[in-house]
Design a protein around this ligand. Structure first.
Ligand code: SF4
Length: 232
C-alpha cells in the first residue's frame, strides 16, 4: 500500500495548463536542509502525519472526474515507492493525466514509468552543481543517477521540466550557471526563489532570500540554453 500523507484537492499552477489535484506521498531519500516538507520527510514527524487511505483517495478522484484533468504526484520523493507504477496506472485508468515531481535519484523507476506510459509530465528538481550535490541534498548522492535521469528526460519521450530552488548559502551565481550548463539544451528550466519558512534545518528559516533582481540577472545569462527559462 502506498502511503499518502496529504492531498491538495485543486491546483491551477502545479500541472502546467491543467486543472489538477496533488497527492503527497510519504518518505524521501534526501534531506535537503531547505526542504519545506518535513512532515513527509523526517521519520519523527512522519509518525505524527495523518494518512489518507488509498480507498478514500480513489473515491475522491472518482467524484472529481468531471472537474479535474490531471493529478500531480509529489512527496517526499514518490519514486522510492515500489508500488508507484501500480498507483499511476490506477490514476490513469480513471482517465487522468499524471505529472510526477521527482528529485531524479531513481532513473530506473523514471524510465519504467515513461516506457510503460504511466506518466505524462515530469518535473525534476536539480539541487546543485555536481560538486555540491550532496551538500544541497543533505545526504550522499550518486550524481551518475541524477545524470541518467537528466539523459532520460532529454530524450523527450514525454513533456518535462527541470527546476531548481535557489538558496543563499548553497548557491552562488556561478553555481546556478553550472547547473544550467549541466542540463543545457533541455526544454524548460525554472528558477524558484527560496522562501525562508518551516525548513527541515531550522537555520535555513533565518536565511534571507535572494532579491528578485539577482535571479533575473542569472536568467539573462542562462536563457539561451533553453526553450523556456523562467523565474517562479
Ligand atoms: S526538497 Fe529534498 S528533502 Fe524535501 S521532499 Fe524534495 S528531495 Fe526530499
Amino acid at each position: 500500500m502506498i502511503e499518502i500523507g496529504g492531498l491538495q484537492k485543486l491546483t491551477l499552477i502545479d500541472y502546467p495548463g491543467r486543472v489538477a489535484a496533488t497527492v503527497f506521498l510519504i518518505g524521501c531519500n534526501f534531506r535537503c536542509p531547505f526542504c519545506y516538507s518535513g512532515e513527509l520527510v523526517l521519520p519523527e514527524r512522519i509518525k505524527k502525519q495523518p494518512r489518507i487511505s488509498e480507498k478514500d483517495y480513489f473515491d475522491f478522484l472518482k467524484e472529481r472526474k468531471e472537474l479535474l484533468e490531471g493529478v500531480v504526484i509529489c512527496g517526499g520523493e514518490p519514486t522510492i515507492h515500489k508500488e508507484l507504477p501500480d498507483f499511476c496506472k490506477k490514476i490513469k485508468d480513471l482517465g487522468f493525466l499524471v505529472k510526477l515531481d521527482t528529485n531524479g535519484s531513481n532513473p530506473k523507476m523514471l524510465e519504467k514509468l515513461i516506457d510503460e506510459k504511466l506518466i505524462n509530465y515530469v518535473a525534476m528538481d536539480l539541487k546543485a552543481p555536481k560538486t555540491k550535490y550532496s551538500q544541497a541534498a543533505g545526504v550522499e548522492v550518486d550524481t551518475k543517477k541524477i545524470q541518467k535521469s537528466i539523459d532520460i528526460l532529454k530524450e523527450e519521450k514525454i513533456d518535462y521540466e527541470f527546476r531548481s530552488t535557489i538558496v543563499p548559502t548553497i548557491h552562488a551565481k556561478e553555481d546556478v550557471i553550472k547547473m544550467a550548463k549541466w542540463i543545457k539544451g533541455a526544454k524548460k528550466y525554472y528558477l524558484q526563489n527560496f522562501r525562508p519558512e518551516k525548513t527541515i534545518n531550522p537555520k535555513f528559516e533565518k536565511i534571507k532570500s535572494y532579491p528578485q533582481e539577482f535571479l533575473v540577472s542569472i536568467q539573462k545569462v542562462i536563457s539561451p540554453f533553453f526553450e523556456v527559462c523562467q523565474i517562479r
